[in-house]
Write a protein that binds this ligand. Structure first.
Ligand code: AMP
Ligand code: MN
Ligand code: MN
Ligand code: MN
Length: 289
């Protein structure tokens, strides 16, 4: 019997809104018997060096440098979509410059959100947020954690339901890159650009396919066909879209440690099994470029 090697190509560390350090993440991947793990922090590649070092210490563990970027998709009412980059050069100065711009847009958004929340009677400061985040990237997860710590809400979900989601009084939008710029930033850094979790965008399967087709014009080469929250039908439809359009398949849990306690590394909500074949197909494709 051959052993099926499993991987997780969508994870977050303390460098964005996960709760495990890159070293802890790679160590856990080994404990879960994974053969490869991609670190795909939001808007930063600063954790990759540590993840690669940790990977070197462990036999038979491939650590793939990655990133997750966000963009607004104008044809669909400016919905926020996410693009994952895998096999990126984490020393690319073009990518680092682009990320600096994104990080600045987060800084500006933080000032606006802090003002909004303060006017709602929720007193939180940038310094407190920085302390909770522990790194450069402050996301709404960190707001929710801090609001809970300070007793303004009793669950993380409540923070998103009452304050932090688009359209609610505590939410401020940041400036986003366009989808084209996200994909180009990844591609120019030698990476493979993948559309993440389209089932979360509240669009039909047909619209997902059209979205892929549109993004392929800018260099999209993959689709997340396996993901923690997909049901069987969704996974099947994602695989059909990828096959029809000639997109590579990717898959991952979107692990955030204790910040998403219902999602486990490698297995997601329990049933996720992303095969190593996905990684091989990506490496083949890269080899041909
Ligand atoms: P941001 O990138 O700052 O807009 O923050 C988005 C992050 O917040 C995502 O990456 C998720 O980890 C988290 N998030 C978004 N919506 C929710 C929600 N409804 N419940 C819990 N976490 C959420
Ligand atoms: Mn997140
Ligand atoms: Mn995402
Ligand atoms: Mn993610």
């Amino acid at each position: 019997m051959t052993i099926q090697h499993m991987v997780d190509l969508h994870t977050h560390s303390t460098f964005s809104d996960g709760t495990l350090t890159p070293t802890e993440l790679v160590t856990l991947a080994k404990a879960q018997n994974l053969s490869a793990i991609a670190l795909t922090d939001h808007d930063t590649i600063d954790g990759i060096k540590e993840a690669l070092l940790a990977g070197k210490e462990i036999n038979d563990m491939l650590v793939i440098p990655g990133i997750e970027l966000a963009a607004l998709y104008e044809p669909y009412e400016n919905k926020e979509i996410h693009i994952i980059g895998l096999f990126i050069d984490h020393t690319s100065s073009a990518l680092l410059n682009q990320l600096k711009q994104i990080q600045h847009s987060r800084y500006e958004r933080n000032l606006k959100m802090i003002d909004k929340l303060t006017s709602l009677g929720i007193s939180i400061s940038l310094e407190e947020l920085e302390a909770v985040a522990g790194g450069e990237i402050i996301t709404r997860t960190h707001y929710a954690n801090l609001m809970k710590q300070k007793g303004y809400i009793s669950t993380i979900n409540e923070a998103f339901l009452r304050y932090l989601s688009p359209g609610l009084p505590g939410y401020a939008e940041r400036e986003f890159l366009t989808p084209k710029l996200c994909i180009e930033a990844i591609t120019q850094a030698g990476g493979i650009a993948i559309l993440a979790h389209p089932t979360l965008y509240d669009i039909s399967f047909k619209q997902m396919e059209l979205l892929c087709l549109n993004l392929m014009e800018y260099g999209l080469t993959g689709l997340e066909t396996m993901y923690s929250s997909y049901n069987n039908t969704q996974e099947k439809r994602m695989k059909e879209i990828a096959a029809r359009l000639g997109l590579l398949s990717s898959g991952g849990s979107d692990f955030h440690g204790a910040n998403k306690p219902h999602v486990s590394l490698g297995i997601g909500k329990g049933n996720l099994r992303v095969p190593y074949d996905y990684v091989e197909a990506m490496m083949d494709k890269k080899g041909k470029c």
